[in-house]
Design a protein around this ligand. Sequence first.
Ligand code: DGL
Length: 268
Amino acid sequence: MNNAIAVMDSGVGGLTVVKEILRQLPQEKIVYFGDTARTPYGPRDPEEVIRFTREIVDYLIHFKPKMLVIACNTATAVALEDIRSRVDIPVVGVIKPGARAAIKSSVNGKIGVIGTIGTIRSGAYETALKEISPWTEVVSLACPRLVPLVENDQFESEEAYTVVRESLIELQKHTMDCLILGCTHYPFLAPIIAEVMGPEVKLISSDEETAREVSTILSYGNQLAQNEDVPVHQFFCSGDPVIFRKIASAWLDKQLERSPVVWQVPSI
Ligand code: DGL
């Protein structure tokens, strides 16, 4: 079935999930919306995040997607069930896949989680981790200064190194063998986070496991794309299209090599 997979985020973060979906399912067509004009979602009230998520989903649904991926932890934490009740296609979030990946990888059951204020305040990772293994010890920390570094294309800068180091100081007082990157923007900063946390701590990102869930659901439903032609992806953002396109095309690089891409700024 050649309808697109719709993916949304507050900005460029969801592209980390798109990259993995296209790596695992290169025949699939993506329609992406990054709400770059209203990023970050992290410090906002849950009601506002739910409203923004509904608006984006209402927009994306016009493309008749076969599946929706909420590639934003903040929106997954507060809006996943609401969105599931509003649409009649499968809706995949990123928190349960992230928790699963961490449980698979942890040896000592001590797991760290970093995310936005909204995600950490919701306790959604603790719940998801303890649902799988009640014996897990979880240390959580909100890192609100990280998302703007990514959205401003500063994720490889000196400043990024300083901000990451300062943000993670509290976490370094605890023992853990895994650290969940509980915000889809954080994989952009993974090399710096890895350096700051050191080799004993494995970084866990939900992108791979989320793409696996997408793949499993489509495969069970007999809905995997069977394209004779290369898929044409569509990327929308609500803010500055120049910086969005720059970050997206560099990040997706190989994944876009074979596919034409349409870039647009809609009014939702
Ligand atoms: N990328 C998002 C997340 O995974 C949202 C970041 C934000 O807008 O604060 O939480």
